[in-house]
Design a binder for this molecule. Structure first.
Ligand code: PXP
Length: 245
């Protein structure tokens, strides 16, 4: 049976490039509009504590302009939870955050931080915002997510992407993602995935049954330097659609 996997385009690195010179070029909202017109099913942005890319003005401008849903990634901190509650994006993905990291290096430890996450998430569970947790493909994290009352996970594909690049432990990492996606189905958790995906490594991920959405950022923005944002997004969508048939 043919199925459709949604593509969320993460435009954080358009803002990284803009911030390199402090002006307003490339324009973040314009990139979101191009992404939308090229078939992005949602736009994802991550407001980091250090605001290294997206800031609150970007978030407000995006929410005023785009027609597809906005997925906001935040750390489970009072400041960012307040921003989410104030702006009411369609969905919020909670991610771990560490000031020194170059990117989100691993998933949330939901089990260890259960009480803190509960405190941060509970007010949002009472709103219309859809919540997901960015977790490593591990059974205990899926069970902890379920216990928290959250019904969507985003599986961190970073370890798989590294394994793919180095051709080490590839089967092991892919198996972990496949079995976590199966467990998600058993637990009635919606299953998304993302991080480090590109035209090649996305194929095996898009073949995993039960994955509903992929969030892809760095590769698409980087590839667009050579091919244009519209072409990069359309090519990614075609590859995902073909693989998920
Ligand atoms: N999903 C989540 C939760 C993320 O934090 C990120 C990175 O910001 C991505 C997906 C996209 O990762 P990448 O930029 O490597 O495609």
């Amino acid at each position: 049976m043919s199925r459709y996997i949604k593509l969320g385009v993460n435009i954080d690195h358009v803002a990284t490039l803009r911030n390199a010179r402090g002006g307003n070029y490339p324009n973040v909202v314009q990139s979101a509009k191009v992404a939308e017109q090229s078939g992005a099913d949602s736009i994802t942005v991550h407001i980091r504590e250090d605001r290294r890319h997206i800031n609150e003005t970007d978030l407000e401008n995006l929410l005023d302009t785009i027609n597809v849903p906005l997925n906001l990634e935040i750390a489970a901190k009072e400041e960012t939870v307040a921003i989410a509650l104030k702006n009411q994006p369609k969905s919020v993905c909670f991610v771990p955050e560490n000031r020194q990291e170059i990117t989100t290096e691993g998933g949330l430890d939901v089990k260890k931080n259960f009480n803190h996450l509960k405190q941060m998430i509970d007010p949002m569970l009472k709103t219309d915002i859809k919540i997901s947790l960015f977790i490593d493909p591990s059974e205990e994290q899926l069970y902890a997510t379920k216990d928290l009352g959250v019904n969507t996970i985003e599986l961190h594909t970073g370890a798989y992407a590294n394994a793919f690049e180095k051709n080490i432990d590839l089967e092991f990492e892919l198996n972990r993602l496949q079995s976590s996606a199966m467990l998600a189905e058993d637990l009635s958790l919606n299953c998304h995935a993302g991080h480090g995906l590109n035209f090649e490594n996305v194929v095996s991920i898009a073949k995993i049954k039960n994955i509903l959405e992929l969030n892809i950022g760095h590769f698409i923005i980087a590839d667009s330097i050579f091919n244009g944002l519209q072409n990069s997004i359309q090519k990614m969508k075609n590859i995902i659609n073909e693989a998920s048939k």
